[in-house]
Design a protein around this ligand. Structure first.
Ligand SMILES: [Zn+2]
Length: 478
């Protein structure tokens, strides 16, 4: 039996002016793919895995049409060359937006279906923040999505999708997919599975899996910062019984709809100034403040200096700000050298709407892993230390700080560009505060510009009725 493996994986805010290019993706192809830790579960007796191409990027703005088309062409060429195959496994995110194109995953998966033909089962794993469409569902036989946010079940989800595919090849039982849209679009920060009501809803999913005729039950929160027609929450159920799968999808959809008014932010959340007042009064540490609208792992640009400017205004003593993406500022620090003092403009290097801070900084540390895009500089402005990064990236892992000589536990105030905190940072936050800042992934959902979304949708609209209606994939209908 031969299973081909590939996919494309990122999340794109249509409010970001910063297009993603080929260089923004980490690409695994051929033997590298099978050798990567990310895919090292691909091992089953009697199955040969055929690596294609997997392209993955930190979330950001829309993907340039050229970048997308070049990845797709290479993926399809490798898929064609891998034929004949018995199954295809796609490791997707689900929230790609490509310049001038709606439903890029629908385009990718449909193109793959054309190559493999109607008889080859296709399985896809998704992030629960992906946006699904009928076009996507119609081409799939197997679907599984994360059940945790923060995502701590990435690998388990991939294994669920792939295992169902292996089982399909071994038994010859062909599964199918049913889905039910829910007209609700909430940000990940309100729907963390650490907090109610998302916690209970997600904990109910294994109970659906155990029902006769059901293989894998999912709730997709969807991606709220994409103004596109397909943006929606939905329940997606893989099963072997059409009726059971449809009924489960409708029940999960209704659970989410009924809970819609009960979602809220997990940490103490408010305007930036109010959060800084709380941080100033805190007697415990580290206070970890999330700059929520500029979170690169949600699609934020990562170049904003709003929190830095506010801290400078307050003459704040004892803060670490991690980090601000600003390649010109990093280059200037490298030119000046460690120990140098220099005038710097920080912020606004990518997004014209981002207001910079003009400062006099001391260069504390330079980090050069070898490529100019990976360089970092640590600077000090008064009582504030700032990590500058040449490329868009998060600082969500303890290892990111250790590399630069920091222990986040010993900082009075740590500012990170994040929504809900990462599994590394959440346990040490004492307390965690979230600032409702400006940026391309801001939390003011009801007031997002919305020209292309299907309406009505909660919370952009509030006064409308809804009853779930499951739809089968085209493959299951025929
Ligand atoms: Zn996600």
């Amino acid at each position: 039996m031969r299973i081909a493996v590939g996919g494309i994986h990122t999340e794109c805010s249509t409010y970001s002016p910063v297009l993603m290019a080929v260089e923004d993706f980490f690409v695994l192809r051929d033997a590298e793919l099978l050798g990567a830790e990310y895919f090292d579960f691909l091992d089953a007796a009697g199955i040969e895995h055929l690596p294609l191409l997997h392209a993955r990027a930190v979330p950001g703005g829309p993907v340039s049409r050229m970048a997308y088309e070049s990845f797709k062409a290479e993926f399809l060429e490798k898929l064609q060359a891998a034929l004949p195959i018995d199954g295809l496994y796609l490791a997707m995110h689900g929230a790609i937006n490509v310049e001038g194109m709606d439903d890029a995953e629908g385009d990718w998966i449909s193109a793959a279906r054309t190559v493999v033909g109607p008889d080859c089962p296709i399985a896809a794993s998704y992030d629960l923040h992906g946006n699904v469409s009928q076009r996507i569902i119609d081409q799939l036989d197997i679907f599984a999505a994360y059940r945790t946010a923060p995502h701590i079940d990435t690998r388990e989800t991939m294994v669920r999708a792939w295992s169902m595919l292996v089982e399909t090849l071994r038994t010859g039982n062909r599964p199918g997919v049913a889905w039910a849209k829910v007209p609700v679009l909430l940000p990940g920060e309100c729907t963390s599975t650490e907090d109610e009501p998302a916690r209970s809803i997600y904990l109910s999913l294994p109970g659906f899996d155990a029902q006769p005729g059901i293989l894998d039950a999912n709730l997709m929160i969807g991606y709220v910062w994409a103004d596109e027609p397909r943006a929606t929450a939905c329940a997606v159920v893989t099963g072997i019984d059409r009726q059971a799968a449809s009924k489960a999808a409708e029940e999960i959809a209704l659970q989410y709809w009924n809970a819609r008014e009960n979602f809220g932010f997990g940490p103490v959340t408010g305007p930036l100034d109010a959060m800084l007042d709380l941080a100033a009064a805190a007697t415990t540490s580290p206070v970890i403040l999330a700059d929520s609208a500029d979170n690169p792992t949600g699609g934020g640009v990562g170049d904003r200096a709003d929190v830095l400017r506010a801290l400078i205004t307050r003459d704040w003593q004892g803060a670490l700000l991690a980090g601000i993406t600003d390649r010109p500022a990093v280059e200037a620090c490298f030119t000046a050298g460690e120990g140098a003092s220099l005038a710097l403009r920080i912020g606004g290097s990518l997004d014209p709407a981002s207001v910079p801070a003009d400062v006099t900084a001391t260069v504390l540390r330079l980090d050069d892993p070898g490529s100019a895009a990976d360089r970092q500089a640590v600077i000090r402005v008064g009582g504030i230390k700032i990590i500058l990064a040449a490329r868009r990236r998060p600082y969500h892992n303890i290892g990111d700080f250790r590399r630069l000589g920091f222990d986040p536990k010993t900082v009075r105030l740590l500012v990170v560009k994040s929504g809900y905190l990462s599994p590394d940072l959440a346990p040490i936050a004492n307390p965690n505060l979230m600032a409702l800042t400006d940026g391309v992934v801001n939390q003011d959902i009801a007031n997002l510009a919305s020209d292309r979304r299907a309406r009505p949708v909660f919370p952009l609209d509030r006064d409308f009725d809804y009853a779930p209606a499951a739809v089968l994939s085209a493959r299951w209908r025929s």
